[in-house]
Design a protein around this ligand. Structure first.
Ligand SMILES: [Mn+2]
Length: 430
């Protein structure tokens, strides 16, 4: 039995207060969905099984290029981070796994396993970091890592990724996510073809050491920290990488890593169609890689992405098994509250996509009835599925209102007493 971070009696009390209203709302929604030929319990059970991984770096307070304003009771190390992640899981029951970032979370794997077991958590994809210099590393990544002009620097970056696999193997992870900051800031600074060749060579070395039951995810990003060009700029480049490397290489889509207004759901559809969608880093953005909470700016886009995922799930698209992860930076909110809210938003988009009348939608598409096709799709988005999400949480042992229960329990105040304020700038600006 996992150790509870929040006193369960606080959660129970909170649930008791909200239970009658939830039952009534759930019954009303059940009736409405029944008229549309949708069984509410089936949707609820699917939501219960839908999980999204929490990024270890997300529970610390982030920052911008300008400043970082530390929050109270920030985690001091990976063991504190895991405790915060356990709070998110206890209240939402949507986040049983944590995605680690090396070297930020480097620790003895035995201690990591022990803490995870104590808290009832598991480990998701490992994330390597060759976009900043660790204190003790020999060669700098200022001018790149896996695509650096210097062979020794590339080798160091390859070895770091292999170390991530080694640590991951010891803690039960099954995937490695590689995102690099490599690129260029000025036209003419690099030979774009040679740089990509060097990157591919380095990635092939990493892929060669990937365990048989692991997957390798590469993450594209249009710009930043390199401002003129990035080596893995877009989904096309990402697809080329996955094709070059082999069957266990897949593309990871970070929702914030595209230009504004890009049709991300179509990218998702393409990657699914050609068997190369590895997974997601969910977040939201207004202008760039803002790393805002999932569904906070453009929930309709999140729904449209899930529309593609549900469509693939229902037609059993070959090799379709995307990893779900959050990747956010919290500058002005309590990170635990933001991550709980985001996990719920991702589940919301999933539930909304599940209740779309797909038979009717296909009919309108085939008869070129644009208006009715759009309205049929939007009916799913317009439906308030909150009672489904809340009931799924309640039945799984979580909180009907996670943020209310969290605040009532006073967790942040409690940990602030034992965790001194941190002025450090790292671990949140990703
Ligand atoms: Mn990401």
């Amino acid at each position: 039995m996992a150790e509870a971070m929040i006193d369960q009696s606080v959660v129970d009390q909170n649930n008791e207060t909200a239970h009658a209203a939830l039952k009534s709302d759930y019954a009303a929604l059940g009736e409405q969905l029944d008229r549309r030929g949708v069984d509410i319990d089936t949707i609820k059970d699917k939501v219960k099984r839908f999980h999204v991984a929490v990024p270890s770096w997300g529970v610390g307070t982030g920052g911008t290029r300008f400043a970082r304003f530390p929050g109270a009771g920030e985690p001091r190390d990976i063991f504190d981070k895991l405790e915060d992640c356990a709070v998110i899981q206890q209240l939402t029951r949507a986040t049983p796994t944590v995605s680690l970032h090396i070297p930020w979370d480097k620790a003895d794997p035995r201690d990591l396993n022990q803490q995870a077991e104590r808290l009832g958590l598991g480990f998701d994809a490992m994330n390597s970091n060759t976009f900043s210099d660790a204190a003790d590393q020999e060669k700098s990544y200022k001018f790149g890592s896996l695509s650096h002009t210097d062979a020794g620097t590339r080798q160091q970056a390859v070895e770091h990724n292999l170390e991530c696999i080694e640590i991951g193997t010891a803690i039960g992870s099954k995937a490695l996510t590689v995102w690099i900051g490599d690129g260029s800031n000025f036209p003419g600074q690099v030979d774009m073809t040679a740089q990509f060749e060097r990157y591919l060579d380095a990635m092939k070395q990493i892929y060669a050491d990937l365990p048989e039951d692991w997957r390798l995810f590469t993450e594209h990003k249009i710009y930043e920290p390199a401002f003129y060009s990035t080596v893995v700029q877009d989904w096309g480049t990402n697809y080329l990488i996955a094709k070059e490397l082999g069957d266990r290489a897949y593309c990871l889509v970070d929702l914030g890593h595209h230009a504004p207004n890009v049709n991300i759901e179509m990218i998702v559809a393409r990657l699914i169609q050609f068997g190369k969608l590895g997974g997601f880093h969910f977040n939201d953005s207004k202008y760039g890689d803002d790393d805002l909470d999932a569904g906070s700016i453009n929930p309709f886009q999140l729904f449209l992405v899930f529309n593609e995922l549900v469509s693939a799930e229902l037609r059993e698209a070959p090799g379709f098994n995307p990893a779900h992860m959050l990747d956010q930076s919290h500058n002005v909110t309590d990170p635990i509250e933001s991550l709980m809210t985001s996990a719920v938003e991702v589940q919301r988009a999933y539930a909304q996509a599940l209740i779309v009348d797909r038979k009717a939608l296909a009919g309108y598409q085939n008869s070129n009835d644009a208006l009715m096709a759009a309205q049929t799709l939007k009916q799913g988005y317009r439906t308030d599925v909150e009672p489904i999400l809340a009931m799924a949480r309640l039945e799984a042992g979580g909180a009907i209102n996670p943020v209310t229960a969290y605040r009532k329990a006073g967790y942040r105040q409690k940990v602030a007493e034992v965790r001194p304020a941190s002025a450090a700038g790292g671990g949140g600006i990703v």
